[in-house]
Design a binder for this molecule. Structure first.
Ligand SMILES: [Zn+2]
Length: 168
């Protein structure tokens, strides 16, 4: 395949682990991803298989996360429901500014446990996560340690987490 950008060279195919910050989650790594790069201009084409499945798997991992959700994870789950911030405020019966504060990149306020459990439940219901109810009690019991990394691998036609969420 010729470089679509400079048209000067053939793209070179490699398998790489890439960060997927475009998801809105800064700590997601995708393993064994096909990357085509131009040796002339450096242009990169990244092919992520089954994007919808990846987002589903990430949402499922967050719903079942033992630690409290951090700002970017709240935003990711909200978007996975297709909600704007205003929609989210309406559904959770909070003021719209509140949602912005939860998701603030610079100085987020922690989501109240009740709201967090409700958000997780709504995502779980939408995503048909069967085993959610079972560990509802342990969920959202720990403060985030900031060390977790979601390392995802596309294996057997499914997105799977190859490194468990941090349980320190
Ligand atoms: Zn090029």
């Amino acid at each position: 395949m010729n470089c679509p950008d400079c048209r000067n060279a053939e793209l070179i195919e490699k398998r790489e682990t890439i960060r997927y910050a475009e998801s809105g989650l800064s700590s997601v790594a995708l393993q064994n991803i096909l990357v085509r790069q131009c040796p002339a201009c450096g242009h990169k084409l990244v092919s992520i298989p089954n994007l919808a499945g990846l987002h589903h798997s990430l949402a499922m991992l967050l719903v079942n996360k033992v630690e409290r959700l951090v700002a970017e994870e709240i935003g990711f789950l909200r978007k996975s429901l297709g909600w704007s911030k205003a929609d989210c405020a309406r559904k959770l019966h909070v003021r719209p500014e509140q949602v912005s504060r939860w998701e603030s990149e610079t100085s987020p306020t922690q989501m109240q446990v009740q709201n967090e459990l409700l958000l997780r439940t709504l995502v779980a219901k939408g995503q048909k996560i069967e085993d959610y109810e079972d560990h509802l009690e342990e969920i959202a019991s720990k403060e985030p340690c900031g060390k977790s990394l979601l390392s995802m691998i596309f294996d057997h036609e499914k997105w799977q987490n190859s490194s468990p969420l941090c349980h320190c």
